[in-house]
Design a protein around this ligand. Structure first.
Ligand SMILES: Nc1ncnc2c1ncn2[C@@H]1O[C@H](COP(=O)(O)OP(=O)(O)OP(=O)(O)O)[C@@H](O)[C@H]1O
Ligand SMILES: [Mg+2]
Length: 337
C-alpha cells in the first residue's frame, strides 16, 4: 500500500486547513454525497450571478513569502465547462486548492453557491462532498492497495448501498479504461495510469463540481478522449466542470468558458473563440494561438475565407467553413459556355 497521507498536496510544507487530517475526512474530500443527484443544468453567465464557486479579492501567500494569487477575483459559472489556462507557476493549482478549502486565502474570500466558505471541520467536509478535486499529481491522491480498492474507497464510505457503490465502481473502471489494471497495486502504475485512477476516484462519486487540475496531461490520445467524454457526460447531467490545462486546442474545442491567468492575476475570461483568438493576450499569458485559429487566419489572409465568420473551434468547423465558402469549381475538360 502506498502511503496514506491525505494531507499531502503538491505544496509540501503547507499546513492544510482543518478537515483533511484522517482517511475519513479524505473520503469526504473526495466525495459528493448523494444529495446532489438530480440537478438541472443551469445556463448561468458570469454577469452578476454568484456562480458555483468564486474568488473575491483573494490573495494567497505561501509561508516562504511567495505570493501565488494577487487580489484575484473570478467566478466559475454554474453548470458550465470551464478551462483555466496559464503558464507554469501562474497560480492555477494554488487557486484550486483554495477552492477546495485545502489552502486558505491570506486575504479575501472563497464563495461557494453564494456563501463564503467556512473552515471548520464539518463545513469543509460538506464542501468537499460537493466539490471534488482531482489533484495535478496523482501520488497526492492514491493510497489504497489496488486500483479497484482505491476507486472503491469513497463510494463504500458514502453511505450508498454496497450494490450501488460496487456497480458505480465497475462502471467507472470501464469508462476510464482501467479494466486490465483493476487488481494492480497503484504504486506500480505508470504516471498516466495513476492519473486515470485518480480521476476515476473522484468521478465515481459524481460531485456537484468537478475541479480537475490538468486532467489530460500525460494521458495518451485515446484515454484523453475517454476522460473528456466522461467529463462531458457529467456536465450533461448538470455538473459544473473546471479544468486547468496548457492545451489551447483542447480548451477551444471543449470549454464553453475560458479563464486566462497570469502571475496570480486574472488576465481575461470569456467565450473560447474570442479569448483564444486574441493573439497579443495569449502571448502575454505565455500561451500560443490554437493551430486551428492560426490556419483560419491564414485562409482569411489568402482570401479563401471571409474574416467575418466566427472563429472555428475545431478542424471539422474549419473544414465546414471552407466547404461552404469554396468557389464552385468548373470540372476539367468541361465544354466552354
Ligand atoms: N509549497 C510552495 N511554497 C512556496 N511557493 C510555492 C509552493 N507551491 C507553489 N508555489 C509557487 O506559487 C506559484 C504558483 O504555483 P502553482 O503551482 O499554483 O502554479 P500552476 O499555475 O499550477 O503551475 P503549473 O502549470 O506548473 O502546474 C509559483 O510561483 C510557485 O513557485
Ligand atoms: Mg499546477
Amino acid at each position: 500500500m502506498s502511503s496514506i497521507d491525505p494531507t499531502h498536496t503538491h505544496a509540501p510544507g503547507i499546513a492544510p486547513s482543518p478537515g483533511l487530517q484522517d482517511p475519513e475526512e479524505f473520503v469526504a474530500a473526495r466525495s459528493n454525497g448523494d444529495q446532489l443527484a438530480a440537478r438541472e443544468p443551469v445556463d448561468s453567465k458570469t454577469d452578476g450571478s454568484p456562480g458555483v464557486l468564486a474568488a473575491e479579492s483573494v490573495t494567497f501567500a505561501y509561508p516562504d513569502g511567495t505570493v501565488a494569487l494577487h487580489d484575484l477575483s473570478l467566478t466559475l459559472p454554474q453548470g458550465r465547462r470551464v478551462a483555466i489556462l496559464g503558464a507554469n507557476g501562474c497560480g492555477k493549482t494554488t487557486l484550486f486548492l483554495n477552492f477546495n478549502g485545502i489552502l486558505r486565502p491570506s486575504a479575501g474570500t472563497i464563495v461557494h453557491n453564494g456563501e463564503p466558505i467556512q473552515y471548520d471541520r464539518e463545513a469543509l467536509r460538506d464542501l468537499r462532498r460537493r466539490v471534488g478535486l482531482v489533484f495535478q499529481d496523482p501520488d497526492s491522491q492514491l493510497f489504497a492497495a489496488s486500483v479497484r480498492q482505491d476507486i472503491s474507497f469513497g463510494p463504500l464510505n458514502l453511505g450508498w448501498s454496497e450494490e450501488h457503490a460496487r456497480a458505480r465502481v465497475e462502471q467507472i473502471i470501464v469508462d476510464t479504461n482501467l479494466t486490465e489494471l483493476a487488481e494492480r497495486p497503484t504504486h506500480m502504475l505508470s504516471y498516466g495510469q495513476k492519473k486515470r485512477v485518480a480521476i476515476a476516484g473522484v468521478l465515481v462519486m459524481e460531485p456537484e463540481v468537478i475541479i480537475a487540475d490538468e486532467p489530460t496531461a500525460g494521458l495518451d490520445p485515446e484515454t484523453t478522449g475517454r476522460v473528456l467524454n466522461l467529463l462531458d457526460s457529467l456536465h450533461h447531467a448538470g455538473r459544473s466542470i473546471v479544468i486547468s490545462t496548457h492545451d489551447v486546442e483542447l480548451a477551444l474545442a471543449w470549454a464553453d468558458h475560458v479563464i486566462v491567468m497570469h502571475r496570480g492575476h486574472l488576465l481575461a475570461e470569456g467565450p473560447p473563440d474570442v479569448v483564444l483568438a486574441d493573439d497579443p493576450l495569449l502571448r502575454e499569458a505565455g500561451l500560443l494561438q490554437p493551430i486551428v485559429v492560426d490556419a483560419y487566419r491564414q485562409f482569411c489572409a489568402a482570401g479563401l475565407l471571409p474574416s467575418s465568420e466566427a472563429v472555428p473551434r475545431t478542424v471539422s468547423d474549419l473544414t465546414a467553413l471552407l466547404v461552404r465558402h469554396a468557389a464552385p469549381r468548373t470540372p476539367p475538360n468541361s465544354p466552354p459556355d
